[in-house]
Design a protein around this ligand. Sequence first.
Ligand code: FE2
Length: 218
Amino acid sequence: MSDDQVPDFNIRKSLSMVFATPLVVHDWPNSESHNAELQHLVLGKAADDAKNDITRSNAGGWQSAGNLSTRKEPCIETLRQRIEKLVTKLLQELIRDEGRDRSFRLLIDSWANVSRRGDYNVVHTHPNCMWSGVYYVTPGKPDPDVPYGGLLELLDPREAHNYIQIANTVMDARNFYENKPGRMLLWPSWVKHMVHPYVGEGVRISIAFNVNVVEDGR
Ligand SMILES: [Fe+2]
């Protein structure tokens, strides 16, 4: 068969990613003082609430009640605005072209997580919302010799992900994310995820959040 019978072509014109799973990883710049304020607030709250630990996905560690976004401290307000901006920009990007003038109201819930040596979060999802995510305040000082220590892992929702026979493609099944200070991640709430055991000195602090989306005029 000659080349004329099997002509070359640009596959990008024929390719689409169906069943997409959006993930945003955004590093907010100039977050040092913001993170210091959040750390002070969260550790103070953890000390006050030491007898009122809440267990959700955490195995060990401390999680605050889920009403952090209602507090009035400037660092919480900044965090709320960052979440709003990230979700709004993602929605604008996901909406098909003809709908870009649509507007939405976001209902945000958030809570703090404090992990010390040996603490982790079991595999879980965040039911009854659309988007979930996390903001990293401090990674602590994880032991570099411990694999995956304190890392977030998102789990491939496809049952047959082990059918993929070659590594390093956009279809990779295992995805790990470092908890860099100032980093915010956002994903659909149905994505299963976990945090590997934190092994190191000091504390690992993150703020998790859920977002419900209400479309204006509907
Ligand atoms: Fe979670």
